[in-house]
Design a protein around this ligand. Sequence first.
Ligand SMILES: NC(=O)C1=CN([C@@H]2O[C@H](COP(=O)(O)OP(=O)(O)OC[C@H]3O[C@@H](n4cnc5c(N)ncnc54)[C@H](O)[C@@H]3O)[C@@H](O)[C@H]2O)C=CC1
Ligand SMILES: O=C(O)C1=N[C@H](C(=O)O)C[C@H](O)C1
Length: 264
Amino acid sequence: MINIVIAGPRGNMGKEAVRMVEKEENFQLKAVVDRKYQGFLMKDVDGMEPLNVPVYENMEICFQEVTCDVLIDLTSPEVGKKHMLIAFNHGVRPVVGTTGFTDQDIEELSKIAEEKKLGAIIAPNFAIGAILLMKFSQMAAKYMKDVEIIEQHHDRKLDAPSGTAVKTAQMISEVREPKTQGHPEESEQLKGARGADYQGMRIHSVRLPGLVAHQEVLFGGEGQSLKLRHDSFNRTSFMPGVKLACETVMKLNVLVYGLDQVIE
Ligand SMILES: NC(=O)C1=CN([C@@H]2O[C@H](COP(=O)(O)OP(=O)(O)OC[C@H]3O[C@@H](n4cnc5c(N)ncnc54)[C@H](O)[C@@H]3O)[C@@H](O)[C@H]2O)C=CC1
Ligand SMILES: O=C(O)C1=N[C@H](C(=O)O)C[C@H](O)C1
């Protein structure tokens, strides 16, 4: 049995994660951590599942009072980092879907996980199709070095570019020499027209109501192009990955960044 605490249970992802954990026989939801409703049970809070599970506002107190193996964090990067540090101090393994961590954050958190010999997973995308998209993009970039990433999300998203787009660019950059794309003398007539620059690769972020999470990776070559695309049409698409991460993190004693490291 894996004892689980979820942070962000009223969010888009948090709600789905609560349902997933409740469904799984080998998972037990011990508590949730919210910005509000200290001392309530979930069943007494509007927008939460009707469960006899306690709500905490303070992660520290939650871990003092509740037995927990895995923390699932689906909040914001500042909060997620704080939660991870508290989890490590209590011997709890974090599974973090929250995006927006810097390279420095990941390095710092990796060091702590290593010192404490505790498993942790930060996964910018839990959807299997998105992980495959990242892997296929890395494969393609060996042969086609001109690439632009277009990510599209709902208009409630706080971070841009998306964690998935950044991770895709990082994975591509492992196999691709830095290369400035487009005309060497190109100039933007409107600031931002060419998107964000990651080692010469361009990343474009679209935000529109009605969207969930979508990404295209476009490759161009002489007389040809290749387009890879993934769509998440709902948040249940992420849940098999969250489940896998909770099971896997119990066997780890280091921090793993990206489910691409878990799915061979
Ligand atoms: N890794 C993945 O596959 C996915 C990751 N995400 C990421 O997950 C995060 C959450 O996304 P959504 O659920 O769409 O956002 P959301 O805004 O719907 O939910 C975030 C929740 O966190 C809560 N929260 C904020 N501060 C808190 C605190 N101190 N303690 C407890 N709860 C707190 C908010 O009240 C809110 O309910 C974002 O960073 C997003 O980019 C989203 C979808 C998939
Ligand atoms: O905020 C979202 O919705 C999503 N965030 C993650 C990201 O930033 O890549 C994963 C997915 O794209 C949905």
